[in-house]
Unconditional design. Structure first.
Length: 467
């Protein structure tokens, strides 16, 4: 690569090296394009370094703690676990480092030219790099924007990264013996509530909606809520936070029932630390979008069509920057669709309803496709079948009997319309349901498939065969 100030031309410039950026760059290289990838931090993005991977590493530790505490029922007696927080952090970092090196190797072997720089648009076909060696200009007929997102802060209360923390801060936060509030009962808030509780924290989730994980199947949410309560997480749902203030001792929250009148006397709650997990906002600042005429939505996401095109020149956007599901696996596929469209192929657009979703708690909660209510609203001849995991041998062996598997199917065509569940290891079998949803007779095919026994996966078969 050259940092001598000269101008260089490529077929595609990718700004951002997270799951959308590096996967888009690799696919473009496979298709014969000359590709430049700009990433001012580390390739892999938030998902690898401050999100998916380190969070799931901590959740694995949480699972081990839970299994150890429950082992007496299986005739194994352990002393209370002695938690070495520094070693927990180091073990997770080993995983991150290995994956980081793997991504760098893939990019290099794929011929992708990587710049450790940020970049901004200067029109529809020009990008100005800003790095340690000064500015450089790159040209390309096609540009893929994939700069991701960042945590939203509470209005009037910016993160201080000490008492008021975000999800990145939470990865290195030792919760032992601390009173912690979590503002927001979405996936991030729920997963960290289990991590913090398992590692000795006293945790309360504050959620405006009537339950955690709003928008997900209420029956599944109810099962997971009971599990979190059993594990020691306090859920305060249906409450609105009027104000938050911080001091040297911690954070004070003023809450009232959601929708209450202004005359309602607020409840004052004090915590030592507050994790704000109320969503994420796209990283659009400094991208020079105005110079190219790229239009943003009300939520500050780049507006795109179903192939990721912004409607301006050869500028595309994928991942969190384009709004949508804000999931790493969705981002990667969105970028691939963008690149294949640029290459003149005819990729299938992503149907957001068929993007699989996982809450990596213990037990896990998974979903893909339509719920029964959603299917019926579409006028489909849908029925729902269930199978309790207390009747699944492998789940009982795992010590999990409170879960459930649900399938929604088209009674006429035999199509699988939706799948969801709460239970051990369901994320590993979720792709089976995702694949079946893409088939015109997916439910029928699954019901005639042979599942190994005993497995949690055979609960899908059992649900489909239930009368």
């Amino acid at each position: 690569m050259s940092d001598d100030g000269s101008e260089r031309s490529f077929d595609l410039i990718v700004i951002g090296g997270g799951p959308a950026g590096y996967m888009g760059a690799l696919r473009a290289s496979e298709l014969g394009m000359r590709v430049a990838l700009l990433e001012s931090g580390k390739v892999g993005g938030v998902c690898l370094h401050q999100g998916c991977i380190p969070t799931k590493s901590l959740l694995e530790v949480s699972s081990l703690i839970q299994k150890t505490s429950a082992s007496a029922a299986n005739g194994l007696q352990y002393d209370p676990p002695r938690i070495d927080f520094a070693k927990i952090m180091a073990s997770g970092q080993v995983v991150v480092n290995r994956l980081h090196q793997g991504i760098k190797h893939l990019l290099k072997s794929g011929g992708v030219v990587t710049f450790e720089s940020s970049g901004r648009l200067a029109g529809v076909d020009k990008v100005i790099l800003s790095g340690r060696s000064g500015e450089q200009i790159l040209h390309a007929d096609n540009i893929l924007l994939a700069t991701g997102s960042r945590p939203k802060d509470f209005p009037g209360l910016p993160f201080d990264h000490e008492r008021v923390i975000d999800s990145s801060d939470a990865l290195s936060f030792n919760p032992s013996g601390k009173k912690i509030g979590i503002l927001g009962g979405g996936v991030v808030g729920v997963e960290f509530s289990q991590i913090f509780t398992s590692l000795g924290g006293n945790v309360t989730i504050f959620e405006r909606e009537r339950s955690i994980l709003p928008g997900e199947d209420p029956e599944l949410v109810s099962i997971l809520s009971r599990e979190l309560d059993r594990q020691g997480v306090l859920l305060r749902c249906g409450v609105s936070v009027g104000s938050i203030s911080r001091n040297d001792q911690g954070v004070s929250l003023s809450i009232v029932p959601a929708g209450a009148s202004t005359e309602t006397f607020p409840e004052e709650i004090a915590v030592e630390y507050l994790l704000v997990a109320i969503g994420r906002t796209p990283n659009t600042a400094g991208l020079g979008l105005d110079s190219a005429g790229v239009i943003l939505s009300r939520d500050k996401a780049v507006i795109v069509d179903d192939s990721g095109w912004s409607g301006v020149g050869g500028i595309y956007a994928a991942g969190d920057l384009a709004g949508g599901a804000m999931l790493a696996h969705a981002a990667s596929h969105e970028a691939i669709v963008c690149v294949e469209k640029i290459a003149g192929l005819d990729p299938d657009p992503i149907d957001p309803i068929n993007v699989p979703r996982v809450v990596y708690t213990h037990p896990e909660m998974v979903s893909v496709g339509l719920t029964l209510e959603q299917a019926q609203k579409k006028g489909l001849p849908a029925i729902q079948k269930k199978f309790p995991l207390m009747a699944n041998g492998r789940s009982l062996i795992h010590g999990d009997r409170r879960g459930i598997v649900k399938v929604v199917l088209d009674e006429t065509s035999g199509a699988l319309l939706g799948f969801g569940g709460v239970g051990p290891g369901l994320s590993e079998i979720l792709p089976v349901a995702t694949l079946a949803i893409g088939l015109p007779d997916g439910a029928r095919r699954l019901s005639h498939s042979i599942f190994p026994h005993p497995t949690v996966a055979e609960a899908i078969w059992d649900a489909l065969r239930t009368r």
